[in-house]
Design a protein around this ligand. Structure first.
Ligand code: NA7
Length: 535
């Protein structure tokens, strides 16, 4: 049943890791708040992405909340990289342990968020018929939460079973004896293909852009190593917070161009076996800034693919990258390349043999039709802005967020956008968000927002809004930092081009997690320069 909480101090949108932490912080204050969540439970992306093999690619002991020493001591992770069910259990546990469920209105999609200038508050409506006013809005909707439907003709005509990795059914589909087509080879495809191949009669992988992927080296965690980590948890968390990536990965500051072949090979081998693509990205200072340096790593990974995959043509197609290592999100896999040695697994390179349509019986590429009983779409997300735009946000003078951001996101510090007062974005575009450990990034943003709310309350401030000049400067700073690297070279959701019609803009902030944290803390300590505070 919809509830009517009257005028709230804070409305939070989303009950994934971000919204839940906001709820935790708000529940310790006297503020009236409510969390709106479209799903029937907490978890966000970890609620929906329950495809076979779904797994985090940041170490469990790091990809977890740091706000409670009791919580981090109590919770027992079973694997180095937790699978989706375990992460969802953890998020549910946190919601119960800190009594957060009672603040969340589930099965409720926010349909509009409109600024009322006279009353100086937001008016939020939902698909359950709620109309709620709130002084502050915190969007914690995730960067990868609105599924992207592939622009392929005939999707509806297929008479077999169709599944999307990003909205996987709760009743596990059975692939035994079935001919399965998988479209998409990002992280979701790369994680699910080996598992699907474990039971299906035949698997055909439709690859458009080959990903770079390295072995995850996932394994059960041993009690002794967990105990050793837990003994120094505060120190590890402090290191994560000041690091470039929000993790414990440390790198090298020397140039590859001055290194010997032996040393280059030694470091790359070490990273290949480390179960960390971050390790490879920082194996030399210039891997992600210099194409020649990056090419050395690409050559190393190409050799690995050719060593693992027996069929030369298949290996060549899997390693036919035309973009630098790291400029699309690198994947961590379990047996991805080796899966193509199995006789019932086939690769179709749809760059060379494009998909024409989905037919009632399968997939037709230019070379002909392949029949499938099941098609799995691992085609990704309308990332970063997709979910924000779906909220129906209208700021001052009724301006829609998607119009204000027609040429790309415009934020100050990735936290607020001019014309949208009192609205905060947790891990959205122009913040470190998806290029770092997102749980650390969530805590960093939510803590900053809570300090801003305290500051506003203490000073009788009614509105807080990014100043246009500070915003313009931040937008160009994000671009300058991004374009000084190789990250923006590739087309992907990071450059905002995986959804047709969107402008090509590099989305995350690459200035480093720790330095970004210092910067936003300084802004808070200095009384929020760059924000307009009105009484
Ligand atoms: P990604 O990484 O965006 O991957 C989507 C994949 O789907 C990618 O290979 C796309 O190829 C492919 N795709 C999308 N549309 C099509 C069509 N129409 N035809 C063929 N292939 C298509 O999403 P994921 O869910 O795998 O991973 C998202 C993040 O989750 C990941 O980076 C981790 O951070 C966790 P394209 O690149 O468009 O050529």
């Amino acid at each position: 049943m919809p509830i009517d909480p009257g005028v709230l101090d804070v409305a939070v949108v989303g009950a994934g890791l971000g919204g839940l932490y906001a709820a935790y912080r708000l529940s310790a204050s006297s503020r009236r708040f409510r969390v709106f969540e479209s799903a029937p439970d907490v978890g966000g992306t970890w609620f929906y992405n329950r495809y076979p093999g779904a797994r985090c690619d940041v170490d469990s002991l790091q990809y977890s909340y740091s706000f409670s020493e009791d919580l981090q001591q109590e919770w027992v992770w079973s694997e180095r990289f937790a699978g989706q069910p375990e992460i969802l259990d953890y998020i549910r546990h946190v919601a119960s342990r800190f009594d957060l469920y009672r603040h969340i209105q589930f099965d409720t999609r926010v349909t509009s968020v409109e600024w009322d200038d006279r009353a100086a508050h937001w008016v939020i409506t939902t698909d359950q018929g709620d109309t709620v006013a709130a002084k502050w809005v915190i969007t914690a909707v995730g960067c990868l939460s609105t599924p992207k439907r592939p622009e392929i003709d005939g999707l509806e005509s297929f008479t077999g079973e169709s599944y999307y990795t990003n909205s996987w059914p709760h009743e596990e589909p059975d692939f035994v004896g079935k001919r399965v087509g998988v479209i998409g080879t990002g992280s979701s495809g790369i994680q699910s293909i080996p598992v699907i191949a474990g039971s299906a009669a035949e698997v055909t992988v439709y690859q458009r852009t080959p990903a770079y992927t390295m072995p995850a080296m996932n394994r059960p965690l041993e009690a002794a190593e967990v105990a050793a980590h837990k003994a120094h948890y505060p120190r590890h968390r402090a290191q994560e917070r000041t690091s470039r990536s929000g993790t414990l990965v440390t790198g090298h500051s020397d140039s590859i161009l001055a290194a010997s072949d032996d040393e280059i090979h030694r470091r790359f081998e070490e990273c290949w076996h480390a179960g960390s693509f971050g390790c490879a990205l920082v194996s030399f200072a210039d891997i992600i800034t210099d194409r020649e340096a990056n090419d050395r790593l690409v050559a190393f990974v190409r050799d690995k693919v050719h060593t693992i995959v027996a069929d030369k043509a298949v290996a060549s197609a899997l390693a036919s990258w035309e973009y630098p290592f790291g400029s699309r999100r690198v994947c961590l896999d379990t047996d991805y390349y080796a899966t193509f040695n199995r006789p019932h697994v086939h690769l179709v390179d749809v760059k060379k043999d494009p998909i024409a349509e989905v037919t009632p019986r399968g997939v037709r590429t230019r070379s002909g039709e392949r029949e499938h009983d099941v098609i799995v779409y691992a085609t990704g997300f309308d990332a970063f802005t997709g979910t924000l735009f779906r909220l129906g946000i209208r700021g001052r003078s009724g301006v829609r967020l998607e119009d204000a951001w027609a040429q790309g996101p415009r934020t100050y510090l990735g936290i607020q956008s001019s014309g949208f007062p009192n609205l905060f974005i947790v891990v959205g575009p122009q913040s470190p968000s998806l290029v770092v450990n997102v749980v650390r990034a969530i805590e960093q943003h939510v803590d900053w927002i809570m300090d801003a709310l305290d500051h506003a309350d203490a000073g009788g401030i009614t509105t807080m809004e990014a100043a246009p000049a500070a915003e313009t400067e931040w937008v160009s700073h994000v671009a300058d930092v991004g374009y000084a690297t190789l990250y923006p070279v590739a087309d992907s959701y990071m450059t905002n081009v995986n959804v047709p019609g969107k402008p090509r803009v590099f989305m995350p902030y690459l200035g480093g997690f720790g330095s970004y944290g210092d910067r936003i803390s300084r802004v808070a300590a200095d009384g929020y320069p760059g924000f307009v505070l009105s009484r």
